[in-house]
Design a protein around this ligand. Sequence first.
Ligand SMILES: C[S@@+](CC[C@H](N)C(=O)[O-])C[C@H]1O[C@@H](n2cnc3c(N)ncnc32)[C@H](O)[C@@H]1O
Length: 280
Amino acid sequence: MKIIKEVEKILKNAGIEEYSLEAKLIVLELSGQSLEELYINNLAPKNIDKIFETAQKRADTKKPVQYLLNCAVFMNDKYYVDENVLIPRDETELLVRECFNLLKDKKDKIDVLDIGIGSGCISCALAKKLKDYELEILGVDINTQALRVALENINNLNLTRRVILRKSDIYSKIRDIEKFDLIVSNPPYIPIKQKEFLQKEVLFEPKSALFASDSEGIEFYEKIVKGAKKYLKPEGFIALELGINQAPLVQDLLKKDFKNIKITKDLSRIDRVISARLNT
Ligand SMILES: C[S@@+](CC[C@H](N)C(=O)[O-])C[C@H]1O[C@@H](n2cnc3c(N)ncnc32)[C@H](O)[C@@H]1O
């Protein structure tokens, strides 16, 4: 299709690595037409001006295409995203799958706490995977604007009865009587000192979603693990996404109160997810 090729050319000339994928995304999203419609019916795409304008903006500013389109795909669902939330990453799918595996044999109502819910991608995808279970996920975030985005996605995916939201600084607004079968989090984990080495695209994402203030990026893991014992049901689980080289450090944090520690690698062979069960 000519227009896709033309958009590809703009992006490729600007050094955008995934130019082919992004060109399709821009054309399909902004024309509102499917590839089949564009190819088979040989339709002229709608919104041509907007398509070129967006491609040019992507080329000139390097702002991630997901922010330009206000749309990201995670586990086959579309999510509204803007610069208040992290763009959902493919690796996070591993975390959702691990959560599902930990919970799939439960017979009673399942309670989950998602710390740092952001766009809502983990909670929504997990709620969809556990669609046949009685389930309530409480998603917390320190950022009110992120909670607005999560709410929009929860509404769009018809999950309002299963995913609820609260503003909280980690556990600050969790009541003592609230207990969970699983605490899940993909916390900010990039050591702030690495900021200067990041791709320009990443710096469009909210700093509060990316950075930890300590040199190893584990301040959030420390806080989350320390409080988990108080808020987990007996034999409850914890599941956390990890940054590069953080697995041994987080494993050490978990050793005191947790057993069955499991680490899962991503496709690049990086230790990406750690999970464990509370000692009783
Ligand atoms: C790495 S993002 C993860 C977002 C989403 N869960 C995902 O996986 O795409 C981390 C999230 O934690 C939130 N956050 C940062 N500090 C927090 C805190 N002290 N308490 C609660 N949430 C926090 C950020 O606002 C951000 O939405």
